[in-house]
Design a protein around this ligand. Sequence first.
Ligand SMILES: Cc1cc2nc3c(=O)[nH]c(=O)nc-3n(C[C@H](O)[C@H](O)[C@H](O)COP(=O)(O)OP(=O)(O)OC[C@H]3O[C@@H](n4cnc5c(N)ncnc54)[C@H](O)[C@@H]3O)c2cc1C
Length: 382
Amino acid sequence: MDVVIIGGGIVGSSIAYHLTESGCRDVVVIEREAHQGKGSTGKSMGGVRAQFATPVNIRMSLYSIPFFSKFDERMVSPSDYRPQGYLLVTTNERHMAYLRENYQRQVDLGLKSVQLFGPEDVAKIAPEIRSDDIIGGSFCPTDGFVDPASVMNGFMRKAMERGVELMRETEVTGIQTDGKGVCGVETTRGNIGTRIVVNAAGPWASLVAKLAGVDLPVYPLRRMLVPTEPFDKISPRSPMVVDMSTGFHYRPEGRGLLLAWNDPEETPGFKTNFDLAFIEKILSRGVDRLPCLQEAEVNPRRAWAGLYAMTPDHHAVLGPVASLPGFFLANGFSGHGVMHSPATGRILADLILHGVSDVIDTQLLAFERFAAGRWIEETALL
Ligand SMILES: Cc1cc2nc3c(=O)[nH]c(=O)nc-3n(C[C@H](O)[C@H](O)[C@H](O)COP(=O)(O)OP(=O)(O)OC[C@H]3O[C@@H](n4cnc5c(N)ncnc54)[C@H](O)[C@@H]3O)c2cc1C
């Protein structure tokens, strides 16, 4: 087998597809669950945005968002990309200065549609929010949402049409090495010989890396989302609205809203239970910015939790591990793995097949940056 990919989520699926785009078809994707999408991909909010702070994340989005806009045509399968925009609103000068700096960086890198707004325009884009304390914001209309499961399935379907094999209900339990590097994987269905293994195991990435003797600084962090019942106070065409003063954000979902807030008190761990106390926490922040939320109903049974795969500098880890030839990483997306899945697939395929990629400066996201202290902190986190 030329390439073994561990993990059949959106990232493993995109890598498989992009390998076939470059003519590499002897590829197997190993997924321990009976169905794809049971990891973070199936729990995601599906947000896509180019409004980041660091050039490398902006570049990943500048590759991925146009890819989503052509996805349906290219994959003959829907992505449900809805370019409804992300509106970031701020109540203080410090955040406004931050948005201005990011705006300039985004425009310099080629993002054409992002705009800075004063309070009146913010109120026009999101008339439902309380805007008396808002001093401005930033809006990019090509940001928006996709359906993560559809994107994952589209990538995998196309990859399989071209010969990629998906092994479900198969767990990778060992990674074999010899004097030259990686030489195979051990699974619950037998061993597979290969010189290239890709770790696309989402929040479980550090456990998979450990099988190869690699100490990967990726840790799981619970994130919770709360949908409302159908609610007609907000247009289904609304953008994702982010209140920078609290981190509360929401977007339309079906005939209701999907509410999100990242609790700063959350601690790392494989916790996937939904904590009922979170509802009160998120609603108190939400109602303050979105008073009509008082009229919305929330059914706790429809709320859910999933895991972000975090790194110390909140950037992904992409590419080879220098100390173990043939072992590649596509991990630690820190909440951005759905939106960056197209760029990731292309970068990994480039690095595996050609050793270089022109999508980003891949050294910036190399595994070795941690040991070398070359961190590149992303602050525009959601
Ligand atoms: C609540 C929430 C909201 C989010 N919102 C967004 C958002 O708005 N936008 C965005 O871009 N991202 C968002 N994310 C992050 C995004 O979901 C992830 O970055 C992305 O899904 C990662 O995809 P993945 O394929 O790497 O991981 P996963 O989807 O977790 O896939 C990894 C797969 O590996 C398999 N696996 C693990 N170990 C083994 C093994 N030993 N053998 C075989 N298989 C194995 C697992 O079963 C799993 O299916 C959100 C995440 C959460 C939890």
